[in-house]
Ligand binder design. Structure first.
Ligand SMILES: [Zn+2]
Length: 118
């Protein structure tokens, strides 16, 4: 599990590389911090940078069970990474990323052209 500070830095680096059109939408795992905390810290850390004016939308990530048989369901918090699939009985993986940048998508938005983040 990554520390909150590292996640903030990663998010800032990714957002500074990608052209955002002034908006970003990210998801943060509730085991790291609440969306409100993340927004507050992001505002604090980006003060005086090109990311300062980004309209950041933060939501929490729900862990999801995904099985090879096609079964998908929201997982319980406090899982240990695997669970038994209720459909087929095999072990199913739980996808529970620390954070996820929903928007901007680097593949569709492209690289930031104007100002580089140092
Ligand atoms: Zn299954």
């Amino acid at each position: 599990m990554q520390k909150l500070g590292n996640i903030l830095i990663n998010v800032m680096q990714e957002l500074s590389r990608t052209s955002t059109n002034g908006e970003a939408h990210i998801e943060v795992n509730s085991t790291v911090c609440s969306p409100e905390e993340f927004e507050t810290l992001f505002g604090y850390f980006t003060r005086g940078t090109i990311l300062e004016r980004i309209d950041l939308d933060v939501e929490k990530i729900d862990p999801v069970v995904t099985c090879g048989c096609g079964f998908t369901e929201k997982a319980d918090e406090g899982h240990d990474g695997y669970t038994k699939c209720p459909e087929c009985g095999r072990f199913a993986e739980i996808r529970d990323p620390t954070y996820n940048i929903v928007k901007p998508n680097p593949e569709t938005n492209g690289e930031r052209q104007s100002i580089r983040f140092s």
